[in-house]
Write a protein that binds this ligand. Structure first.
Ligand code: HEC
Length: 453
């Protein structure tokens, strides 16, 4: 087995990545400038234009051709498909219907009621306007499945309506994570009531099922904070509606700038902006310190990583350079091989939705660490705790053998052989890719790069 071949194939894949990224930024610049309605549609779709109670479409829909579907269908190519859905109904009319009456046509493989049904209510109550729906439709009509299509993020988060917290009752947080966002916003911890248990009880708190007792906690509440991707989001939103408690929906990603924007929004609703600004200054210092600590232990060329989709910004905050994002959907074997062939020094997985163990087995030289998002394990409560705990997990991995825990000495020979097979396949794959097709990395700028060979 020839190492040079492996390196050559990795270089080839990386070149594909760079080509993909540079093509992407051109496309983005064009579509953002062309049409203000499309730009507004993008902002609504991704949630960068804030609307009280509106779950961003991107919570459930990706638009990258070939990208893994989230809980709703991938909308790449919807501009064409929409015209074929209901006989005699134009693409634009179908898309309007799909947003305002999702059960009018249910896509194969899905069931009625799965898509969020609140957009018509939001239109009726004036939170969404006709112009907003037109903007969403205008944006969807640009999704023509050309290979470099992606979802551009609007330049800035422009709050449209920030709800004002009501009274002095409890602040309801959907999970330990949104509870941590509330603290960071300046909420008094004693006022925060969390609905779903933390990852010490449920590894994936988003899967919690809400009870009537939980709904009763909303009586007299001041504010509800949720992420929109919780499986119980619809129940929680309906409960908030019933007792007319204002709702703030945050992005649900760790990342310095996202945390800054989302906690500022919660603070605006709670009237705690000064406390939030003080908190943010301290948080900035903490991230700088953690970055310095990790940089001292690891030279820059050793801080490259394959990063789980849900940990991208958090990994960057700790000073890592993501080579490629993987997940959140399960990885097919050929993708595992291509990723392992990049020979990453690190694989940073997501503790709550693990997807990187296959790559770790195929790349035993890489340090493998699971980062956390939801506070609860390792004694974590706040966002500071989560970042500290993740930095500690990384620092601990530096001092231990990369493959420790897998008793690499005993299975060394087998691992060497498996690696050999993977690398051979990777070289072959890369050669075939370079001869016959374009090897490209599709970069969706919310989350980094989706691999499409
Ligand atoms: C909670 C998850 C969820 C959210 C949020 C969501 N959708 Fe959907 N969407 C679905 C599911 C599931 C389907 C498929 C079932 C169906 O057809 O009703 C779907 C179907 C669609 C379709 C039809 C696709 C086709 O191939 O015909 C369109 C268009 C669409 N959604 C657009 C949107 C837009 C625009 C938004 C935001 C305003 C949005 N969705 C928000 C889950 C969601």
């Amino acid at each position: 087995m020839n190492r040079c071949h492996a390196i050559a194939s990795a270089l080839l894949l990386l070149m594909g990545l760079l080509v993909g990224v540079s093509m992407r930024s051109d496309t983005m610049a064009r579509s953002a400038e062309d049409d203000p309605a499309v730009d507004h549609g993008v902002a609504l779709f991704t949630g960068t234009a804030y609307m009280s109670g509106m779950v961003p479409c991107a919570t459930c829909h990706t638009v990258t051709p070939g990208g893994a579907a989230l809980s709703g269908p991938n909308l790449a190519g919807i501009a064409q498909t929409a015209a074929t859905r209901i006989h005699g109904v134009s693409a634009a009319d179908y898309l309007r219907l799909a947003i305002l009456a999702p059960d009018a046509y249910v896509v194969d493989g899905y069931v009625a009621g799965q898509m969020n049904h609140r957009y018509a209510d939001l239109l009726q109550t004036g939170i969404l306007t006709d112009a907003d729906i037109d903007a969403l439709v205008a944006y969807l009509l640009t999704l023509d499945a050309s290979p470099d299509q992606t979802q551009p993020l609007a330049a800035s988060r422009t709050p449209v309506i920030v709800p004002q917290a009501r009274g002095t009752g409890p602040i309801i947080a959907s999970t330990t994570w949104t509870a941590a966002f509330a603290r960071a916003a300046g909420a008094n911890p004693a006022d925060i009531v969390t609905i779903a248990p933390g990852p010490d009880t449920m590894r994936r708190p988003l899967g919690y099922v809400m009870t009537d007792d939980d709904s009763a906690k909303l009586n007299g509440a001041r504010l509800v904070i949720l992420m929109g991707c919780e499986e119980f989001a619809t129940t929680l939103l309906a409960a908030a509606d019933r007792v007319a408690v204002p709702v703030v929906i945050v992005t649900s990603r760790n990342g310095r700038e996202i945390i800054r924007a989302d906690t500022a929004l919660i603070a605006q609703a709670l009237g705690t902006t000064a406390a939030n600004e003080r908190w943010m200054a301290g948080f900035d210092r903490l991230l700088d310190d953690l970055q310095a600590e990790i940089a001292q232990a690891l030279p820059a060329d050793q801080r490259q990583a394959l990063v789980h989709h849900f940990q991208l910004e958090a990994a960057e905050d700790l000073g890592f350079t993501p080579l490629v994002a993987f997940g959140p959907a399960p990885l097919p074997p050929d993708e595992i091989r291509s990723l392992a062939a990049l020979r990453p020094p690190w694989i940073l997985d997501n503790y709550h939705t693990v997807q990187g163990t296959g790559i770790s087995a195929a790349a035993p030289d890489a340090h493998y660490v699971q980062l956390i998002n939801f506070p609860g394990i390792d004694g974590t409560v706040t966002l500071e705790d989560v970042y500290r705990a993740n930095a500690d997990r990384i620092l601990a991995a530096i001092t231990s053998d990369p493959a420790s825990g897998q008793s690499v000495q005993q299975i060394g020979a087998v691992a060497e052989m498996v690696l050999g097979v993977f690398l051979t396949l990777a070289v072959l794959g890369a050669l075939i890719a370079s001869l016959t097709t374009r090897t490209q990395m599709h970069c969706d700028n919310e989350v980094g790069c989706d691999f499409v060979a």
